[in-house]
Design a protein around this ligand. Sequence first.
Ligand code: NCD
Length: 312
Amino acid sequence: MQSTFTELVSLDKTKMSIVEDILTLADKYKENVKKGVYPLKRLEGKKVANLFFEPSTRTRLSFESAAKNMGASVLSFDTKSSSVVKGESLKDTVKNVEALGVDCLIIRHSLAGAPARAATAVNIPVINAGDGCHQHPTQGLLDIFTLRQELGKNLKGVKFLLVGDLRFSRVTRSLLSLLNPLGVEVWAAAPPTLLPAGLEKMGVRVRKDFENALKEADVVYMLRIQKERQQGGLFPSLKEYASIYGLNEKRMDLLNDNVIVLHPGPVNIGVEMTGAVMDHPRTLIQKQVENGVFVRMAILDLLLKGGSCNNG
Ligand code: NCD
């Protein structure tokens, strides 16, 4: 395993060899944890800090669970009761957390670039847990891990349809950093106002015929409508959006038998998909969440222990 992995801020700056190391190690941890074998001593004595300046359920708990599976202790931080409300700067906050003897910072922030800025202020690894509309590297990695579990290691030529709010989606940007080098054929279907400029240059083919694209896709990735990031007025109403781009049981019937439906969560139920689609056997949202823990275990191992892959 390589030793030059010192932070995970953006996947467009991460070498594919490191991505492979993460996914290989995550595989090993998945196998072991399924057998009930937890590497509880692997990160014993290490301290990890979860600094979430923006709400999160699954990502925060997933990092916490990954760290605890490996014996690390976790410090958590709630913006509302921290000195951030007194105007403490990000730089000050992270330097103080580092001074507490923390070994790794996991940062989610509503401003794009905040984790990169924090990384310049401290001498410990920083993991980006989602920054504004920029990147969400661990989500991109867990999605690729999930695809490989379902479709095999070689994803070349897989037809991957991204649906919805690509414009405000950090998940999209992280996924594109991986899908293109892996040779996946990426399509997008969305109202034009939710498509970022220059999408074709990013290797994405825009499909105006959503239902035909559904019929041809191997993977359908439904993106959350990011109500908190929109100025409003980008589409007439959520109801109309759902009627044109939502997945419902009727549209599920158009999909091929082995299709995989993914969503990073949290789902706006009845907007991106109906409750029935969430429970459909081809919808693997729970598997994404489950796999996220193994991928984050691998990342923490590689950053804090060099990933030599053994238990203990
Ligand atoms: C994503 C996020 O917060 O960026 N969710 C997550 O981390 N599971 C996706 C989203 O909110 O759209």
